[in-house]
Write a protein that binds this ligand. Sequence first.
Ligand SMILES: [Fe+2]
Length: 291
Amino acid sequence: MTIRSLGYLAWSTPDIDAWTTFARRVLGLMQVDGPDADARYFRIDDRPYRLVLTHADEPGPSAIGYEVVDDLKLAAVVDRVKDAGIQVRTLSDEEVQQRLVTGAVRFRDPGGLPIELFHGPVLDHVSLDTPNNIQFVTGELGLGHVVVGVAHLQEFSAFYRTVLGFRLRNTMRMERDGRTRTTHFLGCNARHHTLGVVDLEVPGQVLHIMLQVSTLDEVGAALDRCREFDVPIAMSLGRHTNDRMVSFYCGSPDGLRVEYGWGGPLVDDDTETTYEITKSSFWGHHPPPAQ
Ligand SMILES: [Fe+2]
């Protein structure tokens, strides 16, 4: 596959201090210094950061970063993105240094979302020291997954499959808000999905990100920290029918949902077939009761 994994999320928020507390104290990310003194960087593994927050008046992604193996792979995928009629900009030396990568490009995907493709993360070799000693599941599986809403699901999904080399792992059709909505779950490594796409009448927007931890107890402890810090639970503990993950969803200070999960088998493309699900969860994942 062309894209190796989800590498980083650069998120802009009007609530950077509250987000920082949420990231450190609730999610258990390790805050570190980075090249931009005004930004907040967070590590969960050996990478220099997986989440970087910057200030903005409106919340939203400033970049969704996907990793490719090297400069040659990057050049090849850039050619394909350009052939698809999308303008691609190579990041300047200064921008690349800010991102702590060796090379990167930037473009808008068919949903209008800001995408960066990069290679060569710059490692600092400082040992990971997360609050609460949480072990996140990353490595070749990448940061986790991101789920987005877009207005033209078929076009969007086709771009990620045919141009960026993602594999459609499963679809979902469900009644929501009085109409049938389709979701595509796309993978680029052995994690079941790195990208979920929901058919909505909106310009591209990030609906949630998922962080995977190594034990069920770490999920339970995070639930306790949500309670301690009055963080709203957007979806109760449950088990998904596609990636089999046991997870819950909580609300960040600016409304971005974070799914915090454990478990789920790895996907082998030689044996996995594409399937449709009609229920997102075996059990749980209930919204909070109406007040
Ligand atoms: Fe998810």
